[in-house]
Design a protein around this ligand. Structure first.
Ligand SMILES: Cc1cc2nc3c(=O)[nH]c(=O)nc-3n(C[C@H](O)[C@H](O)[C@H](O)COP(=O)(O)OP(=O)(O)OC[C@H]3O[C@@H](n4cnc5c(N)ncnc54)[C@H](O)[C@@H]3O)c2cc1C
Length: 324
């Protein structure tokens, strides 16, 4: 189906879905926070986007699994998961259905010897800090990645030649039907590749256990983290509204080089800009809509394809629908 037809179908679906909001009234009671029309622009790094039709922050895993189990009795409702919002572009029409966000109850990091047991809403940087504190090496690359553990596993986040899947021992997920399962890294290894995880989109990751390596002296860990931090400060825009790298690096040439080559460094569309410092970063300069950012990204893709014959793939995940 081409883009035009896809967007028409999505619009039709949103319209008919909005009309039949009876399902919201039929949602079972929960112990966590379940609200309608929750604005999302403050919950993502671009600072754009509409509202979640229904927004759910479960009190714990049982609360989440319980709601999902009971949803089986209702007509299918779209479900999305939002982590720290550092790798998403939430469209201006918001997210139809239920958006699940794991909050504080899922933020614990427990260290046992060289193993870190992490709730999915714990920060990736927090994991790096805990590892340093406990003289565990292997997590230094996480120190500049602003996402949550759940989002990092879903994106197979990585940097400087490392990726999070390589540290994973087990992953606990809740299925669409409310079943809680613990999966070993070995049984899901084929689902992970460069910035990609093909485990079912509707699975919600609630906990990850990571295996590091204990060392006698934390100095090397600290030095690696400091070096990573300096590389970032030198090469990436800091303190701006961005979702990091917009496109995956195609084999052979880094995405930023292609973007530079087609003359898009510093290009603007509405309030959206291509960073001058790192041109694979798109920026909301203050007044951008999600549409501005998406259209600027599509312009880059078109130019790179026309001039270089390479199809750039979005690394940033687009969520929700356009404004009607
Ligand atoms: C300044 C900056 C620098 C960055 N640098 C890097 C980098 O070096 N390397 C890198 O890989 N990334 C980088 N990123 C991107 C981003 O930080 C990572 O992809 C991060 O792991 C995303 O986590 P999140 O919690 O923000 O996920 P979100 O952005 O909220 O979501 C991303 C995806 O994960 C899914 N998801 C979120 N939580 C869960 C969950 N609990 N269960 C299942 N699915 C879930 C969402 O549905 C969505 O599809 C950077 C971003 C910024 C803003």
């Amino acid at each position: 189906m081409n883009m035009h037809w896809m967007s028409l179908v999505l619009r039709y679906f949103t319209f008919s879905f909005k009309k039949s909001e009876k399902w919201i009234k039929s949602l079972p009671p929960v112990r966590g926070r379940l609200v309608e029309n929750e604005p999302l622009h403050k919950k993502n790094w671009f600072g754009v986007g509409g509202s979640a039709q229904v927004y759910f922050e479960p009190a714990d895993v049982a609360d989440l699994a319980g709601l999902l189990y009971k949803l089986r009795e209702l007509p299918p409702i779209p479900m999305s998961t939002l982590g720290a919002g550092s790798n998403v572009l939430i469209r201006d029409g918001g997210i139809p259905g239920i958006t699940v966000h794991l909050g504080k109850p899922f933020s614990q990091v427990v260290v046992q010897d060289d193993i870190l047991i992490c709730g999915a809403s714990a920060g990736a940087m927090e994991v790096a800090r805990e590892a340093l504190k406990n003289k565990i090496t292997g997590f230094e690359f996480l120190c500049g990645i602003p996402g949550s553990v759940g989002g990092a596993v879903r994106m197979n986040a990585g940097a400087y030649g490392c990726q999070i899947f390589d540290m994973l021992k087990t992953l606990t997920i809740v299925t669409r039907e409310g079943e809680i399962r613990v999966l070993s890294a070995d049984e899901i290894k084929d689902s992970f590749s460069y910035r990609k995880c093909v485990l079912p989109q509707e699975w919600i990751f609630v906990n990850a256990v990571f295996q590091g390596k204990q060392v006698k002296d934390a100095t090397v860990i600290r030095e690696k983290m400091e070096a990573n931090k300096q590389k970032r400060e030198k090469g990436q825009p800091i303190g701006v509204r961005t979702a990091g790298s917009t496109f995956k690096n195609p084999e052979g040439t880094p995405a930023w080089q292609l973007i530079e080559k087609v003359g898009m460094r510093g290009a603007k569309r509405g309030g959206a800009e291509v960073s001058k410092k790192h041109c694979n970063f798109l920026i909301n300069s203050g007044s951008a809509t999600a549409k501005d950012i998406e259209m600027l990204g599509e312009e880059i893709r078109r130019k790179v394809y026309e001039k270089e014959g390479i199809e750039l793939e979005w690394e940033v995940k687009k969520m929700g629908v356009d404004k009607l």
